[in-house]
Design a binder for this molecule. Structure first.
Ligand SMILES: NC(=O)c1ccc[n+]([C@@H]2O[C@H](COP(=O)([O-])OP(=O)(O)OC[C@H]3O[C@@H](n4cnc5c(N)ncnc54)[C@H](OP(=O)(O)O)[C@@H]3O)[C@@H](O)[C@H]2O)c1
Length: 309
């Protein structure tokens, strides 16, 4: 198939594009900074182009002649305006552009916990964006709601690994919050398998791994990978909120915000587990060693972000 993937330069996008390329698809990847996604350039069938995907005319041009569009664009931190632009306005523009140029298949990345009534703007806007695309006439849509995603290059367990290198004692906001982490290659497979599976049209799939962990348990697992037993101090509710507030003043990369705190108030789990039609979900214990394999290259994104390039 000929595919256009928005947000393809991110963590999930890189794994998904690599899988799609290995399955023989042609993939067009619009991005903001071509230099940032150099590793994709060498993949067979992958074309990278710098574009403004918020401009409807550019979207129409990108989607012309394409069989399916995949929208992975998302942010975890920002103002309400920024969240709305990325999670609601953009999906609406994507759906309209698909209609206008005759693309009939759209895969949409949402998030577990998406809820129009949530206190978290992230979760509210994810719900609104999902609603925008699910009911567009003539468009066959499948949406995915993963719990937190782990795998080579993630910024979740990867961040824990960085923190543990710095401190033997870690006060952990939201330490009791529960997640059901899902492996990035399982998420990629769910997207890739859905493309030509008519049964998935109109569905919203929760994507969760085989086990539920608290945040504190996940941090202990990361410590064990590096042979460390850090003292993890899960903070209570009031202290977690205060910590999140304090972290909002930290310049550069955000560790946590009050919006993340609100999102963590509800368990990020799916009782039905990983959908059977996409195969078996990978155990975290079986692959977590990827954290040790992080090469110096993995720091490049952090350096670029710090230099605002
Ligand atoms: N990772 C998880 O644990 C997780 C869990 C649940 C749901 N999700 C969802 O999965 C999707 C992908 O997540 P990810 O971890 O791959 O995120 P990521 O690494 O941060 O990638 C996000 C992508 O979106 C693009 N993007 C962000 N803001 C943009 C904007 N204003 N205009 C244009 N492009 C923009 C980024 O482009 P640049 O490279 O130019 O910045 C990047 O390609 C997101 O929708 C996220 O909400 C992720």
């Amino acid at each position: 198939m000929k595919l256009c993937i928005l947000g393809g330069g991110g963590f999930v996008g890189r794994h998904l594009i690599s899988l799609l390329s290995s399955r023989g698809h042609e993939v067009l990847v619009p991005c903001r900074h071509r230099d940032r996604i150099k590793p994709l350039l060498v993949l067979p069938g992958v074309t990278v182009t710098e574009s403004d995907i918020h401009d409807p005319a550019q979207l129409r041009r990108l989607f012309t002649g394409v069989d399916a569009v995949i929208n992975l664009v998302g942010i975890l931190h920002g103002s309400e305006v920024a969240f709305r632009k990325v999670h609601v306005d953009l999906p609406a523009k994507v759906a309209s552009a698909c209609q206008e140029v005759g693309v009939t298949r759209l895969l949409h990345m949402s998030a577990l916990g998406a809820d129009a009534a949530s206190r978290s703007i992230y979760q509210r806007t994810k719900a609104d964006g999902e609603r925008c695309v699910m009911s567009v006439p003539g468009l066959a849509v499948t949406a995915f709601r993963p719990s937190v995603i782990f795998g080579q290059g993630d910024s979740f367990l990867g961040l824990f690994a960085e923190l543990l290198r710095l401190a033997p004692v870690v006060p952990l906001a939201g330490g009791h919050a529960r997640f059901q982490p899902v492996y990035v290659l399982d998420v990629a497979r769910a997207f890739a398998d859905s493309l030509d599976d008519p049964e998935t049209i109109g569905q919203i799939y929760g994507l969760c791994g085989p086990r539920i962990y608290t945040l504190a348990e996940l941090m202990a697992k990361v410590g064990a990978v590096f042979g460390r037993s850090p003292l993890i101090l899960p903070l209570g509710d009031a202290a977690s909120y205060a910590f999140a507030r304090l972290m909002e003043f930290k310049p550069g990369r955000k560790l946590m915000t009050r919006d993340n705190y609100f999102a963590m108030q509800v368990d990020n789990v799916c009782p039905e587990g990983f959908p059977a039609r996409f195969g078996l979900a990978t155990e975290l214990d079986g692959v977590i060693g990827y954290l040790r394999e992080a090469s110096p290259r993995c720091n490049y994104d952090r350096f670029r972000r710090r230099a605002q390039r």
